[in-house]
Design a protein around this ligand. Sequence first.
Ligand code: SAH
Length: 225
Amino acid sequence: MKETAQHRGLRKKLVEELKQLGIKDDKVLDAIGKIPRHLFIDSIFSEQAYANCAFVIDEEQTISHPYTVAFQTELLEIEKTDKVLEIGTGSGYQACVLAELGVELYTIERIRKLHKKSWKIIRDLGYSLTKTKLGDGFAGWEENAPFDKIIVTAAAPKLPQKLIDQLANGGKMVIPVGSETDSRTESQQVMLLVEKDENGEITKTEKGGAAFVPMLRGKELNSRF
Ligand code: SAH
């Protein structure tokens, strides 16, 4: 779907809303102001693409709230020189926000259909240096480790040790930890900022609640569609 003046206007409004909600990093806000979010979701929702809400994408997965994308990205204090690993490519939206910040990006998705679809949009939007992989994020991406920053966009039952191991000294990881959010019990995950200092010591800081789809083990090769 083509980019229209309406899309641009709505995106500007979204950026203002994110500022009101407390996002301060101008580089993150600029990236969100640039990425055409309507291209990442089903065209039947495109009118609402710039509302601050999550949407179901294929395979019962979701594209995160723009606020969540901005919040996780801001917590990482991204530098252009960073090598970044994302777990849970999903629609590819968060990956494009990171790529727009100029980092060297590696992103892993376990569902083949999403992996293929997101690869296409990441490439179509010009972020062709981004490396995508079909795989299990619990294993990280050993060959390219260590990473200065790691962002996990699915809820892990506990901190995955391999991801901690693949974080560089002086690096940061942001990860929702806890069980799947259940609307009946309103159970929530906690957003953790995990920092590794120059001696390899780990500090964990809770950064509020989160509501993500679960991080699952193994690759899902077969699509139902
Ligand atoms: N970052 C995404 C949000 C994706 S939702 C976006 O911007 O759209 C979470 C994604 O994590 C889903 O696509 C899900 O399939 C994926 N996922 C869950 N467990 C995973 C694992 N172990 N390894 C890689 N991806 C995983």
